[in-house]
Design a protein around this ligand. Sequence first.
Ligand SMILES: [Zn+2]
Length: 239
Amino acid sequence: MLDDAEVKKVLVVTAHPDDVDFAAAGTVAAWTRRGVEVVYCVVTDGDAGGFDRLVDHGGMAALRRAEQENAAKAVGVTDVRSLGYPDGVVEATLGLRRDITRVIRQVRPDLVLTQSPDRDYARIAPSHPDHRAVGSAALDAVYPDARNPYAFPELLLEEGLAAWTVREVWLSGGPTADHFVDITDTFEQKVAALRAHESQTGHIEDVAGFLRPWLSANAERAGLPAGRLAEAFQVVDTA
Ligand SMILES: [Zn+2]
């Protein structure tokens, strides 16, 4: 695993606005606190999410993009990129691999955090088909596409984007977490980030109370003392 000092830049690739905040906002806040630059790449605008059917897809997309920007600010992230794919129908196509490869080569991160392509039969909500498709395409973009100058040659020849090797990937929401980040000290920021997604979390009165049980369970699995909270990941060496 990379040492903290080796992680200077992180790219987070997720399917929907709010995915990063449920899965990893406490970890992101801890990174930005110690000076790590974090960039978000959100594949869809989440236009099929939410409860307010009076808002059309275009209106919902604009709203959720703005919510994600506010949520990002709550954890120290100002660079949020949207790929604009339609929500609910994401597939791990060559086109999506190329679009994620482009962002990897632009950002040149040490570490990519994305969603697990593997279904967790014990807890199915994180295994949404869009999440699994994005995780699969992002891993393919990390290896082999982004580091291979012959993959999607137009990225190099037309856009001047040189090959880049991402050294480590963290997967969220998968069945085999093996790395736990204590987020007790950044929990308030995670709550603030989730509150920023008003169209999704506005109906939850007590966001902190809603989050605590599974973050506590993660902490317990990690062997942390009672009262601590943790986010869970599977770490993949991609160097
Ligand atoms: Zn999602």
